[in-house]
Design a protein around this ligand. Structure first.
Ligand code: ADP
Ligand code: TPW
Length: 600
């Protein structure tokens, strides 16, 4: 391995596929190796950024990658590198790459890989691994682990490459698996022995594959489109639900055209906020609890009927009992042919990529209905408008209050103004109350600007997402974090400072998980399992690495600090101290939390 690192720069360059051969006369110049082929295969496929953490056996790989023009973003913990890779995949439709060492590094990255698969984000976890023969006989190698077997159930696909001449195929298969069909996490196992394997440079070059049409369009069947349009046409109380699949698909103009042409009210799921501006007249977000049970036809676009939509049944949907179905008929646009009927009957599944499905539906409406398309009945739209007006006024009252200490509403009212003034900024968000309140208070104006805990409600994505969002887009990032959520990934503020990224972290600090006023019911010296150090100075963590740290206690101070962070684009951490009694247990999902019959 060391041999490769100390190779003269020119020899490494000569073995790259685009310049190899020709003038090369030295024997070494006619050979390439595993290190080089991995880099060449990734570059050939347009991969330009790697999120990872070095160590045996991938240290030289990270050095060589950087030397050869890949941007290598090195983290303090692989889980955060993995989250970064996954969200880069969501934002760009290119698989985000996370590179780790073997066993413990691999396992640290695996949570992020599983999360990517769950959320349908395209990502490739590339981990170095130990010697196969020793691992398989369990003879006690350095960082011994059967990584491929462990990754498989958590990934959409998993591959191992044993020979340098197979690297091209391995990378191509990983890319196709990550981005085609329903996107997901892919594991690529690269044993230590692979990297220094030398092969003939020309054979190596010929073994590489530039993947053609990695995520082929999937055109829906005309009869499926017709079935959906017929159902929609006859609806009295139609509703469109936009999910993060719709945001991922980057079919923004057609989705907006479909919503506006049909005049159907819509609800954005959390990461679909901004696909149309949240201030859009047809947004039914402020009347969610009215539209879900009352709708008669619901068109899901890139959203699953999972727990976030109460599995399509129960009270949320107007049914009498938790397991009973509502009276709705469903249209579901999804790339996965297996998604329909997973919870309730889907009357009109439309299988295909969202871009193709939405444009075919638009075309069908135009051909069959043309100018005759009837907007939904006025009673439906008026009833929604009435609820919206009432709820928006109620929210306005809460936002106008200026309590002392500050609470979620008065702090987030500031964030709401800041995003309104900076609609290109990317909002990263995690926590329980910090998540739920931000989602409902802070309007988004552009697609793919809100990145959050997603399908699993996982804590710890905040700093990885922030790093990737800043690196991929170059835009200002604002991360609104619960103090507990931040603790899962807080050390990455060093990464933010090291790469000098325009990230402003706002910690809504209420001294604990959900809230900060819990006591130890045993009466002992230990704090409650839910409590943290009171009056913690999180802002000093950012200062420790050269960033800007500010502690604020009022909305005016918060506004000043955020405005300055955006003006300067400096890494900034704002410790926003809020009322420790402000939160509720588990935020808005208290009902999912089993509690003891008798309180401790
Ligand atoms: P949300 O949490 O926002 O409701 P989900 O993650 O539950 O969204 O659902 C996203 C859905 O979008 C998945 O079922 C996935 O198969 C689908 N999807 C992702 N990308 C595409 C695409 N390009 N075309 C069609 N469907 C897609
Ligand atoms: C990987 C369980 C859900 S929300 C939360 C935890 C620990 C923290 C809530 O406190 P926070 O926000 O962030 O201070 P706030 O505003 O309510 O006070 N481990 C993982 N994921 C989850 N979801 C948990 C634990 C949890």
């Amino acid at each position: 391995m060391q041999q490769v690192a100390t190779q003269p720069a020119s020899s490494a360059a000569r073995s790259a596929p685009d310049v190899a051969g020709g003038a090369a006369t030295h024997a070494a110049a006619q050979e390439t190796d595993g290190f080089q082929l991995v880099i060449d295969a990734l570059k050939l496929n347009g991969i330009d950024t790697i999120f990872g953490l070095p160590g045996i056996p991938i240290t030289d790989l990270t050095r060589k990658m950087q030397k050869e023009g890949l941007r290598v973003i090195s983290f303090r913990h692989e889980q955060n590198a993995g989250y970064a890779a996954s969200i880069a995949g969501f934002m760009t439709q290119k698989p985000g790459i996370c590179l780790t060492v073997s066993a413990p590094g691999f396992l640290n990255g695996l949570t992020a890989l599983a999360n990517a698969t769950t959320n349908c984000f395209p990502m490739i976890l590339i981990s170095g691994s130990s010697e196969r023969e020793v691992v398989d006989l369990q003879q006690g190698d350095y960082e011994e682990m059967d990584q491929l077997a462990i990754a498989r159930p958590h990934a959409k696909a998993a591959f191992r490459v044993l020979h340098a001449e197979d690297i091209g195929v391995g990378v191509a298969r990983a890319i196709r698996a990550a981005v085609s069909g329903r996107p997901g996490g892919v594991y690529l196992d690269l044993p230590a022995k692979l990297f220094p394997q030398a092969i003939d440079a020309e054979a190596g070059r010929n073994s590489l594959i530039k993947v053609v049409d990695a995520a082929p369009r999937q055109i829906p069947a005309p009869d499926a489109v017709k079935r959906a349009v017929d159902l929609l046409k006859n609806a009295k109380r139609p509703l469109i639900i936009l999910g993060k699949g719709a945001a991922y698909a980057q079919a923004d103009a057609d989705i907006r055209a479909l919503v506006e042409k049909t005049g159907i009210p819509y609800l954005p799921m959390s990461m679909a906020k901004g696909l149309l501006p949240d201030t859009h007249a047809q947004s039914a977000s402020a009347a969610r609890s009215y539209v879900l049970p009352a709708a008669d036809v619901v068109m899901l676009i890139g959203a699953r009927l999972n727990w976030l939509l109460s599995q399509g049944k129960g009270k949320t949907w107007g049914a009498a009992t938790p397991k009973a179905w509502g009276a709705q008929k469903f249209i579901q646009i999804d790339i996965s042919p297996q998604e329909a009927d997973s919870n309730v009957r889907i009357d009109a599944p439309v299988v295909g990529d969202i871009g193709s499905c939405v444009s075919e539906i638009l075309a069908a409406i135009d051909t069959t209905e043309g100018a005759d398309w009837q907007k939904p009945p006025a009673e439906w739209l008026d009833a929604i408008a009435e609820r919206k007006t009432k709820n928006i006024a109620k929210m306005g009252e809460s936002l106008a209050k200026d309590p002392s200490p500050m609470n979620y509403h008065s702090a987030l009212n500031v964030v709401r103004d800041i995003i309104k003034a900076n609609p290109d900024a990317i909002l990263v968000n995690e926590g329980a109350n910090a998540l739920d309140h931000t989602r409902s208070i802070v309007d988004m104006y552009k697609p793919r600007k809100r990145l959050d805990v997603g399908t699993w409600g996982v804590m710890g994505v905040g700093m990885g997402f922030s790093v990737a969002a800043a690196v991929v887009s170059g835009e200002q990032v604002i991360a609104v974090e619960g103090d507990s959520a931040f603790g899962f990934c807080g050390m990455e503020v060093e990464t933010i400072c090291r790469y000098d990224l325009p990230v402003c972290v706002v910690i809504l600090n209420n001294n604990g998980v959900y809230r900060g006023d819990e006591v130890n019911f045993a009466g002992g010296h230990d704090p409650s399992p839910l409590g943290f150090v009171k009056g913690a100075r999180y802002e000093k963590l950012m200062e420790a690495f050269g960033g800007v740290g500010v502690m604020v206690a009022t909305p005016a101070e918060l506004r000043r600090a955020m405005e300055e962070a955006i003006r300067s684009r400096k890494p900034t951490l704002i410790n926003a101290v809020i009322d420790e009694k402000a939160g509720t247990e588990s935020g808005r999902i208290t009902s999912l939390n089993p509690t003891a019959k008798k309180k401790p």
